[in-house]
Design a protein around this ligand. Sequence first.
Ligand code: SF4
Length: 414
Amino acid sequence: MGALSTIEKLGILADAAKYDASCASSGTAKKNSLGGKGIGSTEGMGICHAYAPDGRCISLLKILMTNHCIFDCHYCVNRKSSNVRRARFTAQEIADLTLSFYRRNYIEGLFLSSGIIKSSNFTMEQMVEAARILREDHDFRGYIHLKTIPEADPELVHQAGLYADRVSINVELPTDSGLTRLAPDKDARQIETAMGKTKSDIVEMKDAKKRFRHAPRFAPAGQSTQMIVGADSATDADIVGKASRLYDNFRLRRVYYSAFSPIPDASAVLPLKRPPLIREHRLYQSDWLMRFYGYAPGEVMQATEADGNLPLDIDPKLAWALKFRERFPLDVNRASREELLRVPGLGVTAVNRIIASRRHRTLRLDDIAKLTVSIAKVRPFLIAADWRPLTLTDRADLRSLLAPKAEQLELFAA
Ligand code: SF4
């Protein structure tokens, strides 16, 4: 390992970090300019994008401190029994790389995770040290996201929060039984205890900050977590239930879903195929329904099919509306904001505009058409001044009429 150059280590450790979805941009086609053809690449690892607390999209150096690991999580390419090239950066090297990329204007911050070397405490100490060098020795004011290790001493995790803008702890799998089977060194209770402690620290330090101007800041961008989808038999209903409990109990900023991807030399207990990417997308849509559209977790679960999974051909909001057709059509000129948010095809912005415009005039179908990408999707569920769908919601073939063509991915449908 000592013989590896910085660029080789960067290649190994940035590539190893790509499995962490916590700040990933996924779903794009693979393209590169190797061989002198064209310019740019969508395949290179190392830089990812995240949203800062003020809503800006920022570029981060996304890297592992090391891909050595003493744990043996079946789904992980870096597990101790995996046959991959290993590398390790020191805390000082991580800080130097971050600063040199930052000065060249390549990045605005750092996303640092790590395999576990020697012990959880030793690894966490090294990660905290990298953040400390950046913040204290160089007065680095860029964004830092540290993936903390739940098995580490709580005091070390606390220190991570003092240097980082955001901390995250992966719950890894949606069910405790899945975790025991696929990550035998991890303990669901320990993970949730660490999340609970981080939540209390965030609340406490926010409160202190209100009272004392010089109180230290603690993870001002909050905490997040990640769940792997499709590595075990957990259904979407299990995943939605788990995510909702995590949001409630630990006030998480985000739950990220990462479709399990088969790894080289995979363990025999893992599925051979990755789940369809659209499943991950449907889970993100259901997450939005709970966070921005006022759906209770139980209602999102009602949108699942008999096998407990969300349909793949239509988004969960449409699936819910088709199951509860008796609640439609809604009068766009009278329905409450909460009711309008249930109409497939109407987003939060469209609903806000409807509420604002109908104060001044009675809305017609054309007015709604200007606010949505697909009026065909909205029409069966709405009444407007010049439109009433009659028996449209009773049609047995409504689902197939509204389902997008198989190749379309309606990113902003919910
Ligand atoms: S702790 Fe598990 S998931 Fe994390 S790097 Fe090690 S083997 Fe991979």
